[in-house]
Design a protein around this ligand. Structure first.
Ligand code: MCA
Ligand code: AMP
Length: 518
């Protein structure tokens, strides 16, 4: 049987010279391709030695490190299912994810072992390991103790439809849903992007990717990592995004991927200029709308035109501005600011009205997509999965947009009530539900307002119960105790009433306009 395991394809793309450097970290460590092969083999052998049931989930909440990346690759290699979790998640959030996914293995930072292991054991998890960003923790100790031969491993055979990863994405109503992505979903997208973004193999002079994003979301974990690995390209690995450090090393890189906030922060550095970017081939932006000013300023300062693309956790990448001339669109090669480019090869994208009819060219409607990259469904939520697909198999993205006469797609808004802040998704419904449990609160509304740094940030508008005294600062400090820090609204107002329409629904557009400025 043919092995369609994503790891097998990534491994096959390692360069012939396994002693060449695959990853160079910002604290001066070098990992060769051989190191990567051995580390993933050892971790895959460890996972296999645990005698886990087929399809077991390996849930991981750890700081970014090459070893954390090796754990992801080892999970694929052994044929299990990777479940990455944002390091900002606190106990109630973790309790939900672990309770819902029922992972067989949980890996966490040693500083969190106490509370994470409690949650995990309660949910029935049998194995909890630790992994820290200084190459310590029980996971690596156990892997190293396996003895001779443990650095050899035969990649588990998996078919394209087999599950490779689950990524939790919040819902506009209700709890987060686990988007199930198969080996075939991830590999097909990685192959399309390799071609569409013109990755240069080592024989063609090679690319070097500057990797600065977190590795618990699609952007940093799949788009960036698969791009580099499938191409045998070296990565410059940064534990955290720091604009000054990025500029110091930019001349050693050829490809950079970031959310718009990273571009905004780099533009604030006087050292960003043509000289600093002289060896770069491609700057890619996504996860949130890139403002046209950022797009234009970037070109003026560096001489490079940012390539903006669009995707989702459920679909990985859907559209992209061209890297080179796109024969499917009359040979157009222009990267148009404000647009997210063309549907990627293999992706069918349509824009529909409320009646389920496709709209005319240039008209606005709901974006729906189909393709080999589209996920297989939400983990244990068949009804939710069904709701999000049309009868003819298109996934409803919840994004609102248009396609112009040349074929460029523009996202003009969202039908889902969602705030995207610095590339992270924040669901107002979740924040409102938490605020509403606080003492003295009658109700609340959370809206997104423009922000120069994060693109958009949350503002909470709260109504107190009659006679209750509620202080905005207290609301925010209470929220900080239970929610991931990026979800905390940046401002809070306590007011007498919320604007409502005749149906009694809160008019969030009015709140957005009213609270746009502090
Ligand atoms: C940090 N804070 C934030 C955010 N990040 N608040 C709102 N939105 C955020 N994104 C909070 C911190 O907790 C802190 O609060 C305060 O804001 C200032 O923190 P700061 O030091 O400025 O933040 P940072 O640590 O520098 O992080 C900013 C960041 C980071 C580097 C932009 O948010 C980031 O890495 N974003 C990338 C996210 C990403 O990879 N998204 C891809 C999703 P306090 O002081 O109160 O603690 S994948 C996806 O969307 C799809 C599939 C796609 O198309 O790619
Ligand atoms: P997530 O579910 O966290 O992966 O977030 C996916 C959402 O991010 C999409 O549905 C879009 O709303 C948004 N998104 C991603 N890329 C872009 C982009 N280039 N422009 C505008 N929105 C984007």
């Amino acid at each position: 049987m043919k092995n369609e395991n994503l790891f097998a394809a990534l491994r096959a793309a390692f360069p012939a010279d396994l002693d060449a450097i695959a990853i160079e970290t910002d604290n001066g460590l070098n990992y060769s391709w051989r190191d990567l092969d051995r580390a993933t083999a050892m971790l895959a052998n460890l996972l296999e030695s645990l005698q886990l049931p087929a399809g077991s989930r390996i849930a991981v909440q750890v700081d970014k490190s090459v070893e954390a990346l090796a754990l992801y690759l080892a999970t694929l290699r052994a044929g299990f299912v990777f479940l990455p979790l944002n390091t900002a998640y606190q106990s109630a959030e973790m309790e939900y994810f672990i309770g819902n996914a029922e992972p067989a293995v949980v890996v966490c930072a040693s500083k969190n072992f106490g509370w994470v292991s409690k949650i995990a054991f309660k949910a029935g998890t049998r194995h909890v390991f630790t992994l820290d960003d200084d190459r310590t923790g029980s996971l690596l100790a156990r892997a190293a103790a396996q003895g001779p031969g443990s650095d050899q491993h035969t990649v588990a055979t998996r078919q394209a439809g087999d599950l490779a990863a689950i990524l939790y994405t919040s819902g506009t109503t209700g709890r987060s849903k686990g988007a199930m992505l198969s080996h075939g979903n991830l590999l097909s997208n990685a192959r399309v992007l390799k071609d569409y973004w013109g990755w240069r193999t080592p024989e063609q002079g090679g690319d070097v990717l500057m990797h600065v994003l977190p590795i618990f979301h699609v952007h940093g974990l799949f788009v960036a990592v698969h791009g580099a690995l499938l191409n045998g390209s070296k990565m410059l690995w940064f534990a955290k995004f720091d604009p000054k450090r990025v500029l110091e090393k930019l001349q050693q890189a050829t490809v950079f991927m970031g959310v718009p906030t990273l571009y905004v922060r780099l533009l604030a550095e006087s050292g960003l200029n043509r000289e600093a970017a002289r060896n770069m081939r491609l700057f890619i932006s996504g996860s949130a709308p890139l403002l046209i000013e950022t797009f234009n300023d970037w070109t003026a300062r560096t001489g490079h035109t940012i390539l903006e693309r669009y995707g989702m956790s459920e679909t990985t990448m859907l559209t992209s501005n061209p890297c080179n001339a796109d024969a499917r669109y009359g040979g157009l090669s222009e990267r148009r600011g404000g647009t997210v480019g063309f549907p990627l090869p293999g992706v069918s994208l349509r824009v529909q009205d409320d009646a389920g009819q496709s709209v005319a060219v240039g008209a606005i409607g709901d974006i729906q997509v189909k393709g080999p990259n589209v996920f297989t469904g939400y983990w244990q939520m068949p009804e939710k999965t069904q709701e999000e697909f049309t009868a003819d198999g298109y996934f409803k993205t919840g994004d609102v947009g248009q396609v112009d006469a040349d074929g460029y797609v523009t996202i003009v808004g969202r039908s889902k009530d969602l705030i995207i802040s610095g590339g992270y998704n924040v669901y107002p419904a979740e924040i409102e539900a938490t605020i509403n449990t606080l003492p003295g609160v009658a109700e609340s509304a959370v809206v997104g307002v423009p922000d120069a740094d994060f693109g958009e940030v949350g503002v909470a508008v709260v109504i107190a119960r009659p006679g209750a005294r509620v202080a905005p600062d207290n609301i925010l400090s209470e929220l900080k105790k239970v929610l991931a820090n990026f979800k905390i609204p940046k401002r809070c107002y306590v007011v007498a009433e919320l604007p409502r329409n005749t149906m009694g629904k809160v008019q969030k557009n009015l709140l957005r306009a009213q609270y746009q400025k502090p």
